[in-house]
Design a protein around this ligand. Structure first.
Ligand code: FE2
Length: 440
């Protein structure tokens, strides 16, 4: 099969949107009121008519989704910000131009303030394990040519979505924690991307159903890797042109695998199809350009790249969070629009939760939470003294308080890992107390 052929994305007919191009029905066109095979949905009446003929329809996403500016829900033009202060700041940065002018765009959701990290962490850990098992089972099925078990997916993904809605910090903490552990990249990467994409989607006010689609897209965006002749995630040497071509097939092979499994989530499939496309048109598989790449795809591109850079790989060591941010910032308006990069790091924080940092007095600490009004000053848990020896107990400290109490102390740099690892899962999270004594 040629992987540049039309990719049909199956969806339920009731989920059709104006502008989508229906390439095929789950029954012959003969006997329907449509004169030609294939049609573009032009009105809600068309949707109703098609619902009368078919339960499942197959969308040619290349012909429909991008056919016109108003042909699909366009998340690129949303400003879905939770807090009005952030909206004001981002408007000054040019976000006002992203306001929802598209009539197909759902309204942004204003999620309630996040619960404390310590409160959410046990629930997030449980959700994480379930999602990880789902990914492992799905990879095993893909490798043996069996279709996905669809009943599993929503049940196992929902707790993760709900956890991130309650507390982005807990998911980010686990993301950082997993990067410190000797787990295979193929296991940690989909989960880490899922967590980061959800955190960004929550920040932008994506409705819960879109968050679920983004989560599924992140978990399955690389499922096609397991259908190739070689495990490219383990390859150490640079690929020759033939190897590059085969590796890039993972996108369409993955989308095709989802389709043949009966997977009907259009937005999740779009995430899979777009996660290697680029704003400048230099991506793959289609070389889409500009606004033709969905915001969901852009977010996954950023999450994919950020996690790849900050994870230890077969062919290279990991970058620090700060260094990975600098690399992605250099790519603003090339890989994704600048606004998407800004939103991604606004949502994660300058120092994402779970990031290891070195303080100017030599102590090492881990970021335990964000302060939306003061992103340069996150909450910290100090792990070591300035001589590198581990502290026996850990308390959370507001870095603003720390700097006020000990003016010479500030965050000096981010770190990829500690020389003597302290498993983040075992760090006891407690409220602030005796914060200053250990660091002065
Ligand atoms: Fe990929």
């Amino acid at each position: 099969m040629q992987w540049t052929e039309i990719v049909e994305v199956p969806i339920k007919a009731i989920n059709l949107k104006v502008g989508m191009y229906v390439h095929r029905l789950d029954r012959p066109w003969l006997g329907t009121s449509f004169p030609l095979q294939g049609c573009q949905v032009r009105s809600d009446e068309d949707v109703a008519t098609l619902c009368g003929f078919a339960e499942v329809v197959y969308i040619d996403e290349a012909r429909s989704i991008y056919a016109g500016k108003r042909s699909r829900p366009n998340y690129s033009f949303l400003t879905r910000l939770v807090d009005p202060e952030a909206l004001g700041r981002l408007s000054r940065l040019g976000y006002a131009s992203m306001r929802g002018e598209d009539r197909n765009s759902p309204a942004p959701v204003h999620y309630p303030p996040a619960v404390e990290l310590a409160q959410e962490l046990p629930r997030c850990l449980n959700a994480w394990k379930r999602t990880q098992q789902l990914v492992s089972r799905s990879i095993a099925r893909a490798k043996t040519g069996k279709p996905l078990v669809l009943d599993d997916i929503d049940v196992e993904v929902e707790p993760m979505v709900e956890s991130v809605v309650r507390s982005p910090d807990a998911a980010m903490w686990l993301t950082a924690s997993r990067r410190q552990q000797p787990l295979p990249y193929s296991v940690t990467h989909p989960l880490n991307c899922c967590a980061m994409a959800l955190v960004c989607g929550r920040f932008l006010g994506f409705p819960p159903d879109i968050l679920t689609s983004v989560a599924k897209g992140a978990l399955f965006m690389d499922i096609g890797m397991w259908l190739l002749g070689r495990n490219y995630q383990l390859v150490r040497e640079s690929l020759d042109p033939a190897g590059t071509r085969e590796m890039q097939e993972h996108v369409l092979r993955g989308a095709e695998y989802l389709r043949t499994s009966g997977f009907l989530d259009f937005d999740a499939t779009l995430c899979v199809l777009h996660h290697h496309e680029r704003h400048d048109g230099a991506g793959y598989p289609r070389g889409l350009r500009g606004a033709k790449v969905s915001l969901m795809g852009q977010i996954l591109h950023l999450a994919d790249t950020f996690d790849a850079l900050t994870s230890r790989r077969a062919h290279r060591s990991e970058e620090t969070s700060g260094s990975a941010q600098r690399i992605l910032y250099k790519e603003r308006d090339a890989s994704v629009p600048a606004e998407a990069t800004d939103a991604f790091f606004q949502s994660l924080g300058i120092y994402p939760t779970g990031t290891l940092v070195e303080l100017s007095n030599g102590s090492r600490a881990v970021v335990s939470g964000q302060q939306p009004a003061s992103r340069l000053y996150p909450k910290l848990i100090v792990l070591t003294r300035s001589d590198g020896s581990a502290l026996e107990s850990h308390s959370e400290v507001d870095s603003r308080d720390l700097i006020q109490a000990v003016p010479s102390v500030r965050i000096a740099s981010t770190m990829a890992r500690l020389a003597t690892p302290i498993p983040l899962d075992r760090v006891e999270l407690r409220k602030p107390d005796q914060i200053v004594a250990a660091h002065s």
